[in-house]
Structures are given as C-alpha cells and as structure tokens.
Design a protein around this ligand. Structure first.
Ligand code: FAQ
Length: 314
C-alpha cells in the first residue's frame, strides 16, 4: 500500500475530514461526484413540483413562504455544485449529463403536485426525509460536503416545520380540506420512503461508501428512522398512514412497515415515472434559455479581469 493511501485510510479511521487538496483514491472522488452531483440535481429539479404552485398558493403569506422555500432549494444546489467542483467536476458537464439522463436526481420529484396539500406534504414529508438523510451527512468524510450539509439542514428543518404547519391547518379545516391532506399523505408516503434508496441487500454502492464514511448509516436504517419519527406526526394530525401492515413492535421499539413497491421505484430510476419527461424537459428549457445569461456573465467577468490587470500595470 502506498504512503498516500495509508494517510487517507488513517484520516478516514480517525474521522479527520478529507479536504479538496488532499490525496484521495480515484474511486472515492468518483463516488462523491456521483452522490453530490445527484444531490445537487435533486435540489434543482425539486424546485419544479413546488414551483408549480407559487402562482396558486391560497394566501399571500403562503405564497411568500413558498417562494422563500423554493429559493432556499436553489441555494442548496449552489452549495452542492460548488462542493462537486472542489473535486474537479465541471458544472456544465453535470448539467449536460442530467439533461441527457446520464446523471440521476431523487425519484421523489417525478411525482406530480395535484393539490395545494401536496405542497404541504412535500415540505413536511419530503424535507423531513431529506433531513434524516442529511443530518447524517453533516459528518460525512468529505469536508466541503459535510459543511454544506450543516447549513442545508438548518434550512430544511425550517421547511419541514412550515410544511407540517400548512398540513395541520388543512387537517383541522373543513372535511374537504382534511380529505385533501389525507390524499396527499396517501400519495407521498411511499415515495418518501423510496427516497432512502434501494434496500440494503440491493444497494450496490453502500458497502464501499460506508467504508469510506461517505455514508454513515445504511439506506434501511435511515428509512426506519424516518418512519419512527413520522408516524406519530401523521397520527397527531388526525390522519392515517396508507400502510395496512404498519404496526409498532414493542420488542424492537420500532414501527414495522409493509413492502415498498420496488418495481415502481426502479421504473422511475429508468425514466418511466409519471413526470420524468416533464422534469427533464423543464430543465433542458431552463438550461438552454439561460445560456445568454451565462455567456454575458462570462464576458463581463473577463472584462473585469482585463480592467483590473490593466490597472495593476498602470
Ligand atoms: N432516487 O447503491 P445505492 C431533497 C440510485 S434532497 C434516485 O443505494 P447510494 C431536498 C443511486 O444513485 C433529495 N436515484 O446508492 C429537497 C444509485 O445509482 P447510480 C436527494 C436513487 O448513492 C426537498 C442506485 O440508485 N438527497 O429532497 C435513489 O449509495 C424538497 C443504487 O443505489 C440526496 O441525494 C432515489 N431515491 O445511496 C429539495 C442525499 N436512491 O448513481 C427540494 C444524498 C438510490 O449508481 C424540495 N444522497 N438511487 O447510478 C444519498 O444519501 C445517497 O446517494 C442515496 C443513495 C441514499 C440517495
């Protein structure tokens, strides 16, 4: 084993973070670009289902809160793309790969938001699931990713609470509003569970990622934590979990839940979900439509640099 590999292994063992200029195995770099890139794309694509409701939010207050939330998600994407760039990834290349279907984004954003209650459910359940995953990532072994996650989690935690509060208002409203809330839980419960990825025995990247401490908990462990955290919140709202097999196991202290529809999950990963095509089309249009802005910004930056060089010479 070479000396650089030994230093890397010792850092991982002692929980010393790996920083951009440190030596790292190529496969470690590659897995981080894959995961951070997917995470960044999820934040960007994740703006679409909620953005769909900005013009139709029920009150001015809800509209302002939703706009701020969607803007926060864009900010998360920027931290994450920057973290991927510290590993040598190129942002334009990542965007091209997303649009060409060669990079993934979270399965959850391929479902439509059919009612206002779906927006509340995303804030509460989707951000809730994202937090469970991301709190663990605050201690991931790659420094820039871990530090980005600290700030992201603070914001996601606010999103989760505002989503719960919006849901509570619906659940305590008219019978029709309560029904909208229940329908949203019925639609988003299982997809939220799928966000944690395939089961541990079917997760090709987990073993290596856990050895490198990129992932600190397995997909199934995090999924269980989310279920344990969230069932009582559903009940507190006076709603039900759409899972006839759900029951609390007194011996383990955990909720047991039914089988996830993995065919649905893998179909979505293969681009065959209800909104896959629409989401990628929206990203393609935005990326192509924004080209003139990127080009102008690049020319402006170049001019600024030339001016400051000229001033230095003078
Ligand atoms: N969707 O071997 P594993 C958010 C892929 S942020 C799509 O278990 P790994 C905030 C996986 O990439 C949500 N693909 O993989 C927000 C791999 O494919 P590959 C995003 C999935 O990486 C809220 C293959 O399956 N969060 O929501 C999914 O060890 C509201 C095999 O899987 C993150 O990205 C999936 N659900 O574990 C924004 C967190 N699951 O790359 C807007 C960071 C798996 O080999 C509004 N990521 N795949 O071709 C992670 O923690 C991990 O990457 C996992 C997957 C846990 C997602």
């Amino acid at each position: 084993m070479n000396n650089q590999q030994q230093i890397f292994d010792q850092k991982i063992e002692k929980d010393i973070s790996i920083e951009p200029k440190d030596w790292m195995p190529d496969a470690y770099r590659k897995t981080l670009i894959r995961q951070i890139g997917q995470h960044a794309h999820s934040e960007v694509v994740g703006m679409l289902p909620e953005g769909n409701w900005i013009t139709r939010a029920p009150t001015l207050k809800r509209k302002a809160v939703l706009m701020a939330k969607v803007q926060d998600e864009a900010g998360h994407a920027l931290y994450l793309y920057s973290a991927a760039e510290t590993l040598g990834a190129d942002r334009d290349d990542m965007m091209d790969k997303l649009i060409a279907g060669r990079m993934k984004y979270s399965s959850i954003f391929n479902y439509p938001t059919l009612s206002w209650a779906d927006v509340a459910a995303i804030g509460w359940l989707v951000d809730g699931a994202a937090i469970v995953n991301q709190v663990a990532l605050c201690r991931t072994s790659y420094g820039p990713y871990a530090r980005a996650m600290v700030r992201v989690c603070k914001e996601e935690s606010f999103h989760q609470r505002q989503g719960f509060e919006a849901m509570m208002q619906l659940a305590n409203g008219t019978p029709e509003q309560k029904q909208l809330a229940q329908d949203a839980v019925n639609r988003f419960w299982w997809p939220a569970l799928m966000m944690f990825g395939p089961s541990d025995d079917n997760s090709p990247n987990s073993a290596q990622s856990m050895q490198w401490k990129v992932k600190l908990f397995s997909n199934d462990d995090l999924r269980q934590k989310f279920v344990d955290n969230t069932v009582s919140q559903v009940l507190q709202l006076g709603l039900t979990v759409p899972d006839p097999d759900l029951k609390f196991n007194e011996d383990t202290g955990h909720y047991q839940f039914g089988e996830i529809n993995w065919d649905e999950f893998f179909a979505i990963l293969a681009g065959k979900g209800p909104c896959n095509h629409e989401r990628i089309e929206a990203r393609r249009k935005a990326w192509e439509g924004g080209k003139w802005v990127r080009d102008s910004a690049a020319v402006y930056a170049q001019k600024q640099q030339q001016q400051s060089q000229a001033q230095k010479v003078a």
